[in-house]
Design a protein. Sequence first.
Length: 208
Amino acid sequence: MTDVFTTHIPPMAVEYCHQLLQYYKFRFRVVKPRRTRLGDFRVLPLNQTQITVNANLNPYSFLITYVHEVAHAAVHQQSIIQRRRRLKPHGKAWQTAFQQLMQPLLIEAIFPAIILRPLKHYMANPGATTYSHPELMLALRQFDAGANEAVPTNRVLLSDVLEGDVFQLAQKTYVRGTLRRTRVVCKEVKSGKSYAILAHAWVNINVD
């Protein structure tokens, strides 16, 4: 059986990721890509927990997302031990846990210098997503599959689309709405429903 960590993350981080899995005892799954999230943490029946991460992430994005979700598991475990109510998803407790869990990984043996510098800056005050730190997001994108291929002229970041303009994503047409932190509220033309789409998602413009 192929080791899921060996397949998806930098080699020097594999053992550490296994240690986190064994310590916090969550179910771990690599799942099909989702437009609205890179990974997630859930509490299942009987207080079991589960972490999922999108399969299409490059090794560095995968590792950061994995540890991000493990930080949620750490906070959940702490809240049970201390018999505290559920804390804010990305509040101070989560930030502290994320910083502590990422600290052993912030070395060039794991992250290239081009990622490590903005990653350290982001980790000083981590947000709910790496998309909240444009420099880190752009550094990570350089390692995505097809990153060296020419970007079509009609392909842009959603954040660069003007409010009220039309764009296409996943074969659906939307009207760009207002920015809310790291996501843009957009209306799907056919259904009239509104969706919160990541501001740094790639979209197509000049839709007929």
